[in-house]
Write a protein that binds this ligand. Sequence first.
Ligand code: ADP
Length: 745
Amino acid sequence: MLLLPKGLSKGEKEIGNAMCSVDASVGVSPTSHPQLTSLLETLSDTLIFLDPSATIYYASTRAAAMLGTSKQKLQGGTLWQGAPHLVGTALYQAVTTAIHTQESLAITYRCPITQNWLRVRLLPTHGGVLLFFQKGKEPVRLSDALPQSEQRYRSLLESFTDGIVILTPEGLIIDINQHPLVVAQVSREEVIGRPMVDFPTWKSAPVAQKQLRAAIARASGGETVHFEVRLYPQAEHYRDLALVIIPHHADNQRIEYLTCVGLEVTERKQAEEEWRVLLDVLPHFVWVMRPDGSPSYQNRRWRDYTTVAVEDDQGIDGWSHWIHPDDRQRVLETWQAAVQSGNPYEVQHRLLEGETGTYRWYLTRGVPRKDQQGVIWQWVRTCTNVDELKEVETALYQSRERMRTLMDSNIIGIFISRDDEIIEANNTFLRMTGYSQEDLRQGNMDWFRMTHPDSFTRTQQAQQELTQHQTLLPYEKEYVCKDGSRLPVLVCAVAFPFDPSQNICFVLDNSARKELELRKENFLSMASHELKTPLTAIKMRLQLARVRLLKQGLGEAATMLSRAEEPVHLLDRLIGELLDVSKLQAGKLDYLYEPVDMEALVYEIAETTQLMSTTHTIVVHGSAPGTVIGDKGRLEQVFINLISNAIAYSPDANTVDIDLHATSEAVTVSVRDYGIGIPQGQREKIFERFYRAFDLSQRAVPGLGMGLTIAQEIVTQHGGTITVQSEEGKGSTFQVTLPLERPTS
Ligand code: ADP
């Protein structure tokens, strides 16, 4: 039994009852009952009968007259198509509700086209609904909530400067505000009840039409759909619209109608296009994404890099296809965590280059853009190539590893010092010196304090060298180990360019070599001793034999014997030098100090050496009055050596000049020859032990390279200096300066 709403007019009640009887027989409509039809036609009301799909089954003559059409034309179409004059959101809502709930209701609304107030009563009939239209009055009472809300709805609709369209789930326009009508230059009557895709501005844009159709279909399925389209209202001009279609649900989740809101974004789009040109030239990849991660924009760089067209990877995680498989999981997890927290994120990973098929390292950064309520409405993601940085990182890692390998090697001791403190040392150095990592941590290792006092002077020199040149060539020194023992080492170092107070030192244990050297010195000393004794005996016997031969009047035999004395003399000199060198090495060269008249000494030596030379004339020039406190024998040794060398290394000359010169402070003796000279690079080295300047012409000159070492040692011990000036092929001058004894006042 149909429940009729209260307050029905007499006529309405009659019809209601008649319809109830019709309801009883399924499939019966007013048109199939001539009696009923005539009854309906007698009524003064405007009457429309709809079936469950809102299709007009029957419209009374008055209804046809009100709509300015014939009854036949109305019949068979939907109410929205047949009676657009009557359509308004409130009516649409009421019809769908009444059909669905099969409950009677009544509304008063203002027809959006005629602007007349209409009162409509809706009577459900067997799945369909019967509509009675009456002219209504504008509601004045505040308690009349429905008309008031209708009014509010309309003014809201019209206050919106862009377009709003209310659609049936099928996409037919049931209401629209002024703006789109003005743009398209059409009247409301022309579009109400028509599909939105046929709206004039859309008709000329097939691509947009396609997008709209798809969006309506999705929205009818319950989805809120955002999309952007380009329309061409006039041939030359276009308008960009950002649209959203929102489905509205009735209480039972059924979709009642759709609201389509369109915003004109032409200017924003133009600005965006300018930005895109800029973004396209950037060396970075840029994405703009919707909150769900689906890209709304990707710059050209990215498309060029992947060689994939934009539409091919539009999906939410479409770009992850290009991430290296080993990195993909990590990257997606980072992104998902960022979406959940709403925080910016950063992640490094490899991306596949489409053309070469190789992976490159990128730093991806994502930043959310939020509205005033803190809701994310966009993500901006950039990718920066960090391949070179990665290469540097790898190189750094490798160099660290190399450094570690070096440090860990047990061949050489290595430590890093800051000023005097050792701040890092490898195990080899610790083992060599007997210290532990703990000593190191506690700052107990000070390399200068660990230096043996005997090496202080040399170490200070080395320090200066390092400060000056940032590198220190290997030199010998001794450390004192933790247990107090001495450790001979060979040390070299480099200062760090970033902080010259920090050095890295390489330390080689030199004790084995030192031990060997010591044994060699001992051997030399012992051998020269052992040789010296029989040689002295031979020398004495030769002298004795020569004297006896002379006495016996055998002069010729005595002369021959004296020739044999020459090599013996040379041998004696060499053995003497060997002995001196080993003594010198052991610091045992002893001196007997006395006042020495240098001028007299030099004349004496010149005379003696002249006796031995048949090839050269030795000439002494100048004078040098004054006394030197020294060991006469040793000083003699110095000048004999210099004069012997001058003769020996000037085979083609015949003079050796000796110059004497004195100041109040010192006496200087210069020995000049006109011989082969000494090459530039070797002048410093000739004073080193066993060093002989390399020259084939001197190979014939016997010698061991020890004479000048001993001479320098003797002169230094006397507080003097010995220097050399030389020119290859022209000769050399050795100059010895010795301090004079200060007169006691
Ligand atoms: P020795 O003469 O026994 O080789 P020295 O120590 O006296 O040793 O001299 C070292 C080296 O210095 C010599 O081998 C020689 O090459 C060079 N030298 C020394 N004096 C002279 C000189 N007057 N002229 C050229 N070379 C010299």
